[in-house]
Design a protein around this ligand. Structure first.
Ligand SMILES: Cc1cc2nc3c(=O)[nH]c(=O)nc-3n(C[C@H](O)[C@H](O)[C@H](O)COP(=O)(O)O)c2cc1C
Length: 192
């Protein structure tokens, strides 16, 4: 739609691994998004120190304040993360814990979309439901359905980490289109 202002969405990856399937998923998102949604990856969770209130008392690390600013400015957030031991990877939880301690905590009232790719067949469902629970405390607005759980990830990406599985690409496209409607409905409600 030519006269529709584009939505600016940022994506965060919950894996630091160079060959990460979740980072590969994150890279695939812009081409699967509706034309009226721009998705930009934000890095930085790997630079955040382990949360420590004594460190915080000396001032928030730049990696935390920079990510918070990117989140605040965005119309929505997409988190692509693996499941570790049936739950949220520590690096991602650490980042959320830091961000949650800011005065103007950036997840409040922010539309959030969750995606996960894992080696296991369930595709990170347990992690996502833990993440949803965390986002309740942070007053985030988590998109519901369709959900995207990419199980047996090595069969969905090729050797160069391109997302090649058609059914997975289709469900992501559908989810991103649903997320756009969700975000625009929220934005419209705020404008009135
Ligand atoms: C500490 C750890 C715990 C894991 N726990 C799970 C798990 O609970 N469920 C699962 O499906 N895969 C689990 N895995 C396997 C990950 O799904 C797999 O390593 C995946 O590729 C990680 O995502 P990435 O490719 O984006 O780094 C675990 C891996 C690690 C390193």
């Amino acid at each position: 739609m030519a006269d529709t202002p584009p939505l600016g969405v940022v994506s965060i990856c919950g894996s630091l691994r160079k060959g990460s399937f979740n980072a590969a998923l994150q890279r695939a998102l812009p081409e699967l998004a509706p034309e009226t949604m721009a998705i930009k990856a934000v890095a930085g969770i790997g630079e955040m120190p382990l949360y420590n209130a004594d460190v915080r008392a000396e001032g928030f690390p730049e990696s935390v304040t920079a990510m918070a600013e990117s989140i605040r400015k965005a119309d929505g957030i997409i988190i692509c993360a693996p499941e570790y031991n049936y739950s949220i990877p520590g690096v991602l939880k650490n980042a959320i814990d830091w961000l949650s301690r800011l005065e103007d905590q950036p997840f409040a009232d922010k539309p959030i979309l969750l995606q996960s790719a894992t080696a296991g067949v369930l595709g990170g469902a347990r992690m996502q439901y833990h993440l949803r629970q965390v986002m309740i405390y942070l007053d985030a607005l988590v998109f519901n359905r369709p959900e995207v759980f990419i199980g047996s990830a090595s069969t969905k990406f090729d050797a160069d980490l391109n997302l090649t599985d058609k059914a997975t690409r289709d469900i992501i496209q559908k989810q991103l289109a649903g997320f756009e409607t969700f975000v625009r409905r929220i934005n419209k409600g705020r404008a009135t």
